[in-house]
Write a protein that binds this ligand. Sequence first.
Ligand code: PLP
Length: 444
Amino acid sequence: MRDLNNSNKHFRKAIEKLPLGVSSNFRYWGDDRTIYVKRGKGARIWDIDDNRYIDYRLAYGPAILGYADERVDDAARAGMDIGGVFALGTELEYEVACRISKMVPTAELVRFSNSGTEAVMAALRIARAYSGKEGHVALEGAYHGVFNEVLWYTDVEGWDPKNGAPQVRAACDGVPHIIKPLFYTVPLNDANALEDVLRKHHADIGAFLIEPIMGNCCALTSTKEYLKDVRMLCDKYDVVLIVDEVKTGFRVSKGGVQELLDVKADLCTFAKAMGNGYPIAAVAGREDIMRKVGKGVVHGGTYTGHSVSLSAAKKTLEILDETDALKTIENYGLRLQAGIGKILSARGIKHCFTGHPSMMGLFFNERAPSDYRCWKKSNYDFYDGLAIELHELGILVEPDSREPWFLSEAHDVKCLAETLDKFERAVEITMSKMPGERPRTQTA
Ligand SMILES: Cc1ncc(COP(=O)(O)O)c(C=O)c1O
């Protein structure tokens, strides 16, 4: 067993000062399982008990080049010398915006934010202003940040298919129910369901907010055909198509998910990988829509365009655009999938991978689910058990099976060998502890 004495001790202290002992609800993993980080380097992190982990969470995606990447950190230090924020613009903003437009052609105009939440919030506001319609549609199971208009979830866990569609509920206390009528949901990959909603409610719906690889929902992936239909339906019903690339942007390809799956957004949002962990995000899109900013729509904030984050983003994007970093990550992902697949197949454990090799879902079923409702049929108890054993052995994956594994350029052959060795041991232990839960193939 891992020694978590220091983390446990710190948790008992931290809980006195910080709700749940942490700065984000998702970092609380239980009173005796919450870990505190001492440092990270490359693909690894060390906790305050000096347990070492190969990290496949990467802070939910940002550390695309690895933790404490010297190229990016040197750039951030140069950004410090500029002086931070001035409530005035700098030349760096223009340079980074030009790089984004080059990599993602639909990003004709760009505005910077500090977090994914802020960027999506801005995108929705701009879309409402442009369309003159206040409602928006999102996918069942989607996550777009921590603000009221997106803090609604589809209750698939409590859903009985005999009773029609799953209920939509506020994701937490404090979300005003008065805004619920502005929010519509549809299942992924069902263009008919989207058309039904738009046909009935297009007078009220100004935006369709979609993350085509659902980075918070086991990397469930849109088909290209679906996205073609989505584009057509948004045009037909005057709905602004917002592609949320907070996780996929500059990760699944240089041009993000739009390039990978061949879809053109009206507006798109970026964060995470664009700064290798420094807090920066962007809302971008079609010039005629983005020009609403400053002509009716307010966008800003004291810390937007911070010189440290912009310098880090400039360097990170330069590396992602001008080197083979993304190919390296993808190749690692493919080799990891092959190795994991071999281990599971040898034991007759049915499985498949979703998403993209650089942000992949591991799914204990023969076929990838097409939407969140199908996800319910997965054997996630086995995943949950496996995740705990992986943590014990020093492989850090999100304990919630809905979160994909994130890979960085710093994951190298040593990481691969160690991961596969430990993955095999974790599978063996999980199978011995949960004999009834083995997700076997029909033929096994
Ligand atoms: C698709 C997507 N959109 C928005 C957000 C919110 O970003 P942030 O946590 O930076 O506010 C996230 C966060 O994980 C996300 O995955």
